[in-house]
Design a protein around this ligand. Structure first.
Ligand SMILES: O=c1ccn([C@@H]2O[C@H](COP(=O)(O)OP(=O)(O)O[C@H]3O[C@H](CO)[C@@H](O)[C@H](O)[C@H]3O)[C@@H](O)[C@H]2O)c(=O)[nH]1
Ligand SMILES: [Mn+2]
Length: 752
């Protein structure tokens, strides 16, 4: 019998004042454009020369377009409230949980261990319905060993968590603070101290694990003579839950998977790994719900699966929640977000806003999927007479590939017979699992196209989610308190810029590819406003071009004694002035409303300018080269800080928020802009001092100076990097290249 009590509620949030402010900004942008457009050719579009005015006009028109996209995203936000107490335990479906890791050095196994432990300890009435699968693209025996140790530790950890109602079930986080004092007796203190020492032993074992001695253990013989990019599939059942029922140690199944790699096949990075996990789990436990997290994203709220079930089961029509996504949040985050990558306002304002359209974007981690949606099933309203037409064996074989077991399991999912869980122990399924984990398995099938995680973009998450929306599904945003999952944000400027570059590359790949959202709206069921919401992110690399052009106008005018903005004495000056003030105050207020500091706003504003000029611009070039067939795009994995500490800045690391540099080309664009602005300000100021500035009506005015000074402030970490030394200084090679570009620019500016 279905639960009759309310499981969830969709609350529409009001925001009239914000909408008025947004219209004010839009109006000012349009006024700026209109003024240029109306100015007769003779008056040069409000600048000193026609082409300068036209260029400014084109950029400003683009900014207005992007602003309209932004307004669309935030227009009608919603919140979903969940009531897990109203769930009927016997109604809860089984759930497979996926964790991906790719590199034991960039992603220390201990981090993955903590994530896995937090999942094994989740609250769920019948843990026999849960299974955890770890994909290791690094094919590292140390990672596998760490997982085995984790399974052993879980036998102590899970009962401890459940008995004492532990709040945070990732041990590194739990033990980072002193034991809770209220209502705890001697017995608790004793087991707390015991668990802590057991955890410390686990940490020592994992941190001191050396590959040589692990390989001598017969259990890990499968790793002998393997290369990361060339090895057969390894599947190890580290904990078989059917056994635990006998011993009374109840926690979910744990399976380690390292998919086959061979130089002959392209592996599609994380999307490829997710598809192997989907298939391996299909032949082992075949749960109708799948949760996926990155290796650093531990479950911070033990009730998270229950909250998600409220959204998956709680609508009259399943179409409302094709998937359930939690916002990405981070632990040990640096104060005031120096690298602009904690995305708090982004998730709250954009995420909440898009949730009110067709639904929040899929973010790659902290997401609950329906397996049938991943299998390409359209929402129920498209299926006639309640039950879908059963596809034939042949049809399934073409789509899902040759494994008989996989075809059977997918038939169960498609026909809705999801309760038919395999009764035999999962250990007996290892050989089949290896078969579907092979790198040749997908050849000629629909995996990576209509089924599973979709290939062709570095941001496989956005692409996969978008295609789910294009099938007609909606998605639900789940924002629990305490937060559902916590991960690490990259610390450091380079890591952060590299991440933004990957994202921007992936987003542009989608925009111009055959899965472009525009096609999804025209030919499929992607709602127009949802399409525009996707576009707002997908145009990042294109924004970089316009922002770069506009950024060059200020320095250009100072260098050539021209202007592109109205003079302070001019009536029209009030438009850009008001725009500048309103826009920045609006953004500041958003940060304030989210409980963040003015400093956090400034850091994010500044980093967005830097990200645009460095990461988004390089992403544009990368995609350009790929389109011309000159290079391939690669997924550069983000380094995760080791989780032995609680992640907060230690006292000797007060400089953590400072930018560090190396000779990476990603630093060249902003270094160039920094030098250019300095040169321009010096030249401009010199003209004013010696009085050779042109007559007031044509030379640069306060507007152009403010542009250059504002940019210098935005690029301040780089300006300081120009004169600092060591890690905090920009290397000479980058400075030389940047200077060269500046000289060429100055030369062309001043040629005539
Ligand atoms: O070949 C690969 C590369 C990566 N990963 C895993 O993918 C996850 C995300 O990688 P990370 O370097 O942490 O990227 P982030 O930029 O932090 O990830 C965000 O952006 C990605 C898309 O670019 C999404 O896939 C992620 O879920 C999302 O958190 C990690 O668990 C990796 O282990 C693999 O399994 N195989
Ligand atoms: Mn990550």
């Amino acid at each position: 019998m279905a639960s009759t009590k309310k499981l969830q509620e969709r609350v529409v949030l009001g925001r009239t004042a914000w909408i008025l402010a947004e219209f004010a900004i839009l109006f000012l942008l349009l006024a700026l454009i209109a003024r240029r457009a109306a100015s007769p050719q003779g008056k040069d579009r409000g600048a000193t020369s026609p082409w300068l005015g036209t260029l400014a006009l084109v950029c400003e028109a683009w900014f207005a377009f992007v602003w309209a996209l932004n307004m669309n995203c935030k227009w009608s936000p919603v919140r979903f409230d969940t009531y897990p107490d109203n769930l009927l335990p016997e109604e809860l479906p089984a759930m497979d949980m996926f964790v991906t890791t790719a590199d034991p050095l960039l992603e220390p196994p201990l981090i993955t261990v903590n994530t896995v432990l937090s999942l094994l300890a989740l609250d769920y009435p019948d843990v026999g319905k849960l299974a955890c699968y770890v994909s290791d693209d690094g094919c590292s025996p140390v990672t596998c060993y760490a997982m085995r140790e984790a399974a052993e530790f879980a036998a102590l950890w899970v009962p401890f968590c459940k008995r004492h109602g532990v709040g945070v079930r990732a041990p590194f986080m739990y033990f980072a603070s002193a034991p809770p004092e209220i209502g705890t007796g001697d017995e608790f203190m004793e087991s707390w101290a015991f668990m802590k020492s057991e955890y410390e032993k686990l940490v020592t074992r994992i941190e001191n694990a050396d590959e040589g001695s692990i390989l001598r253990d017969a259990e890990f013989a499968g790793f002998i003579d393997t290369e990361r990019g060339n090895h057969p599939t390894i599947v190890k059942v580290l904990w078989d839950n059917t056994k635990s029922r006998r011993t009374g140690q109840a926690f979910p199944n744990l399976v380690y998977v390292s998919r086959e790699k061979s130089p002959k096949h392209y592996h599609n990075f994380k999307a490829g790994a997710m598809n192997v996990l989907t298939r391996v789990s299909a032949v082992m436990t075949n749960a109708p719900i799948m949760l996926n997290v990155d290796c650093d994203m531990f479950a911070n709220n033990p009730q998270v699966a229950l909250h998600a079930m409220c959204l998956l089961l709680g609508f009259d029509d399943e179409i409302e929640s094709g998937f359930v996504q939690t916002p990405q949040k981070f632990y040990g985050a640096l104060k005031d977000d120096p690298f602009g990558n904690q995305l708090e306002v982004g998730f709250k304002k954009l995420g909440g806003g898009v949730a009110g359209i067709q639904g929040i974007f899929y973010g790659g981690t902290g997401c609950f999927h329906r397996r049938k949606v991943i299998y390409g099933m359209p929402p129920p309203d498209k299926i006639k007479h309640g039950r879908p037409v059963s596809p034939s064996y042949k049809q399934l074989q073409i789509k899902f590939g040759g494994s008989k077991e996989l075809i059977e399991s997918s038939r169960n999912i498609i026909s809705g017979d999801v309760l038919a869980r395999p009764t035999e122990s999962i250990s007996s399924r290892v050989e089949v699992a290896k078969q579907v984990g092979a790198s040749s398995y997908e050849g000629g099938t629909c995996w990576g196209q209509e089924i599973g995680w979709v290939y062709g973009s570095m941001t496989e998450d956005m692409l996969t989610g978008q295609l789910i929306h294009a099938m007609g599904w909606k998605s639900a945003l789940m924002d629990t308190n305490p937060p559902s999952f916590l991960g690490c944000a990259p610390t450091g400027g380079l890591a952060s810029l590299t991440q933004y570059k990957r994202w921007a590359t992936g987003l542009l790949e989608i925009l111009i590819g055959r899965n472009s959202p525009i096609l999804g709206t025209v030919f499929r069921r992607l709602q127009l406003r949802q399409c525009l919401a996707y576009m707002f992110l997908y145009v990042w690399p294109i924004r970089a071009l316009f922002e770069l052009c506009y950024a060059l106008l200020g320095p250009f005018c100072l260098l050539t004694n021209q202007s592109f903005l109205p003079k302070a004495s001019d009536e029209g000056f009030r438009i850009p002035l008001a725009l500048f003030l309103t826009y920045n105050i609006y953004n500041l207020m958003e940060y304030k409303e989210c409980g963040l500091s003015a400093r956090a706003w400034w850091n994010n504003h500044r980093m967005q300018r830097i990200t645009s000029a460095c990461a988004w611009l390089l992403a544009f070039l990368t995609v350009l080269l790929k389109t011309m067939g000159l290079s391939e795009t690669v997924f550069e994995v983000t380094r995760k800080e080791s989780s032995t500490s609680d992640g907060s800045a230690s006292p000797n690391d007060v400089d953590q928020g400072l930018f560090t540099f190396d000779s990476s080309p990603i630093f060249i664009p902003v270094t160039t802009l920094s030098i250019l602005n300095i040169v321009a300000i010096v030249v401009g100021a010199w003209r004013v001092v010696v009085g050779t500035a042109r007559a007031a009506h044509s030379g640069p005015g306060i507007g152009e100076f403010v542009c250059c000074v504002w940019m210098m402030l935005c690029f301040w970490p780089f300006v300081r990097g120009l004169v600092s030394s060591g890690r905090y200084g920009i290397p000479w090679s980058v400075k030389m290249k940047a200077s060269l570009i500046v000289s060429v620019f100055v030369h062309f500016c001043t040629r005539n």
